[in-house]
Structure formats: structure tokens, C-alpha cells
Design a binder for this molecule. Sequence first.
Ligand SMILES: [Zn+2]
Length: 54
Amino acid sequence: MYCAKCNRKLKDKKSIDRGYGPVCWSKKLEEDAEFERNQVTIDEVMEGEGNARD
Ligand SMILES: [Zn+2]
């Protein structure tokens, strides 16, 4: 089993269950949070453009 992000071999069971090493896992969680923030922003922008066009 290797880390899905950096392809390093995973040693502990926790990391193997997650599919990520501890460092990459915390980075992934940060990226997911960032992605959700961006999603909200994009929705708000699109909504604004729709109103402007009408
Ligand atoms: Zn990794």
C-alpha cells in the first residue's frame, strides 16, 4: 500500500486505512476545506452574473 499523494510506502495501519501518510492526509484535509470554500465562492459569483444578465 502506497500513499495516494506522494507514492511513499505506508507503514502504519492508520495510514494504510486512509490511503495517505500522516503529512499528506493533513494536506488533503486542508485542500478539501479549501475546495469547499471555493465552491461557495463560485456559486455566489455565478448567481451574481445571472442576476446582472436579467
Ligand atoms: Zn504521502
